[in-house]
Design a protein around this ligand. Sequence first.
Ligand SMILES: [Zn+2]
Length: 77
Amino acid sequence: MTYYVSKINTIDHKSETCVNCGKKDVEKNIVIEKSGMDTLLCPGCETLMIVTNHSANNLALKVKEGEKVTIRHNVKN
Ligand SMILES: [Zn+2]
């Protein structure tokens, strides 16, 4: 599946709620290819949330704001 990412935020733990718009229908257990990090994506406001303790500036992300990202669901969860 391909999603457009308009914003990228980091969060320090998995949440049921989008940090940007507050909706509770975020896509969980998705994996950005080769990132190795847990990510959540809000289909409503197109915010990608990365579960990490590090600042987004320190992450070598494969996706940037304003780009499309291909995701797959993590079959292990
Ligand atoms: Zn949202």
